[in-house]
Write a protein that binds this ligand. Structure first.
Ligand code: ADP
Ligand code: MG
Length: 288
């Protein structure tokens, strides 16, 4: 039989936009002392619009670059990919065929187009390969930039902008009022991460991190004696969701994140977590 406390809490949770997959998570939520949020699709809407397409090598024009990038991104589910494919549709581009599509988790994607190897990758990947970013790619802190490499040479980049979710700031503030330290861990670049962290008043920010580093961040906080929740939407967040004391998936995110999480935010609203923490604490005060 389902214990009464669980039955009540599960029913109430459903009304509050929460799907509890692991019964103990409801009880655990009130113990959270550190919250790690993913950025893209979690604190932000994950609805990217293309703001700039820039060529670096003169062998392609802007449209040519976008055609190739969109052809690769059609195979990806990343929010960046959806933004780029939308832009290509808006411009009514016909896209070349691709083969050998692969995703490089937390870093980007690759495929073969017309016998050439094309990569669409993060600034971190570029740094790893010792390729420097064009100066104008760094100029705007609010933009997310992905770089296009064709046969290992930088061909250009696409800049995109995302929006912070309407209730992210309130969620962060209320968690902090409940004595919880709020961090963000993102695969995106430092400038974008800092801009979001400042806007939301976060306690700490980790940028350009890979999926296994998200796990390490959670572990590190746990070793500091914190009871850690992780909230994310992506395939790349799943290992950290599993490591966290409470794993929370954003409803609009990927199936992999949802399947790994203890709790799903059905309406993708960060304040629903805040409600859960506050409500969990109040409920246990009454029941014990
Ligand atoms: P986040 O932690 O913000 O959700 P991810 O770990 O999913 O970010 O991705 C990290 C970075 O890897 C992105 O900011 C982007 O630079 C790059 N990336 C990931 N997937 C793609 C893709 N499909 N196309 C282009 N770049 C990608
Ligand atoms: Mg994400």
């Amino acid at each position: 039989a389902i214990p009464l406390v669980v039955a009540i809490s599960t029913a109430i949770s459903a009304q509050r936009g929460l799907l509890i997959r692991n019964r103990t998570a409801f009880e655990e939520a009130r113990k959270i002392t550190a919250m790690v949020f993913d950025k893209t699709g979690t604190l932000t809407e994950g609805e990217f619009g293309v703001t700039r397409v820039q060529i670096v090598a003169p062998t392609l024009d802007e449209t040519g670059l976008l055609r190739i990038v969109a052809a690769l991104e059609q195979q990806s589910q990343h929010p960046i990919a959806q933004g780029i494919v939308r832009e290509a549709k808006k411009r009514q581009l016909d896209l070349p065929g691709i083969t050998n599509f692969q995703s490089i988790t937390g870093k980007g994607i690759s495929a073969t187009v017309d016998g050439q190897t094309v990569l669409v990758v993060s600034p971190g990947y570029l740094k790893e390969k010792g390729i420097s970013q064009p100066a104008d790619a760094k100029s705007n802190g609010a933009e997310t930039v992905v770089f296009v490499l064709i046969d290992d040479a930088l061909a250009g980049y696409v800049a995109l902008a995302d929006k912070i979710r309407a209730d992210s700031k309130e969620a962060v503030q209320r968690l902090q009022q409940a004595g919880i330290d709020v961090y963000m861990a993102t695969g995106d670049n430092q400038q974008v991460a800092d801009a979001v962290a400042k806007e939301l008043g976060l306690n700490g920010v980790y940028a350009e991190v890979l999926p296994d580093q998200k796990v390490a961040i959670v572990k590190d906080l746990q070793q500091q004696g914190k009871f850690v929740a992780m909230t994310g939407d992506g395939v790349n967040d799943a290992p950290a969701l599993a490591q966290a004391n409470v794993g929370i998936a954003v409803g609009s995110g990927t199936d992999v994140a949802a399947e790994t999480a203890d709790i799903i935010l059905v309406n993708s609203k960060p304040t629903d977590i805040t409600n859960l923490v506050e409500f969990g604490r109040a409920t246990y005060r009454k029941m014990i």
